[in-house]
Design a protein around this ligand. Sequence first.
Ligand code: ATP
Ligand code: MG
Length: 326
Amino acid sequence: MKRLFSGIQPTGELHIGNYLGAIKNWVELADKFDAIFCIVDYHAISVEYEIHEFSSRTQNLAAGLLACGLVEKKCTLFVQSHVQEHTELAWVLNSITPMGDLSRMTQFKDKSRQNPDNINAGLFSYPVLQAADILIYKAEVVPVGEDQVQHIELSREIARKFNARYGETFPEPKEYLTRGARILGLDGQAKMSKSLNNHIGVFEDEKSLREKLRTAFTDPARLRRSDPGNPDVCNIFTLHKFFTEEGVVKQIDGDCRKAAIGCVECKKILADRMVSHLTPLRERYEDLTSNQEKVRDVLSDGFVRCSGLAKTTMNEVRERLGLFRP
Ligand code: ATP
Ligand code: MG
């Protein structure tokens, strides 16, 4: 089986962009690959965060991933900072990564804009640690949302560079994208993000989910109920395609274009579908967070496996680098 790797940061509440763009695919792909999933906590410290909440946030994210369907799968889940070789390999890869490549990264530019008082070197070299996360397991497939494609391309170039300079060591990883690859936030403009206040949580309670949808942006040109709408530019319609039955989606598409349905009703249909899709996940999440033993067991098994794999790769890398070994 080919190896697959993907990661997620414990930067906030798991949202439906993460779910549709990444985690739903993780669950599907877990059967087809040797799948390794990682909570990348060292990535998350490159922006401001609540120190006293960080540990429980990491544990709850693990519970969340299991609740989204990983609990039934044969896959590996672990926490990045538990396997020290990630940061060690990142240092090595830093030494072959051009500054110019890193300064072109869109995420660095976006996050620098969002955190103007904390533009640190960690934020800058984030994609190098990400390359290390992937390459340390010699993973070939990386399921991500569209925002991460540029980073995976860079991981590929870093692998190529390392191989050219030190000898064939790493396969070149490839991104795996699906149709949920770019979910917009409730503002209908920026991508939905944990660190921007524009998301709907996967485990959000029904009342607040309905309230958030109620105020979400739709087709900006549709000002009055009697104006025909354009589903092609409406974020609510995009979400319908994931949560609502095909026949109903078609009906809404037609009705919206001739103003036979208004945004209020359209949102209500979506809210009903989302609630019925997400409620079982929330119940499972509540079970897993109230009994953390299952989560700890999974993470501990993940650590044992990944630590072994990472040590093997790092030994090979040290040898390739020509380091002195007594
Ligand atoms: P942050 O705002 O802290 O960067 P995030 O919401 O972007 O958080 P990440 O942990 O950075 O989440 O990314 C986890 C996975 O979710 C990645 O594969 C990323 O591509 C995917 N993802 C994040 N946001 C979206 C989105 N709006 N649509 C589709 N996929 C997304
Ligand atoms: Mg992100």
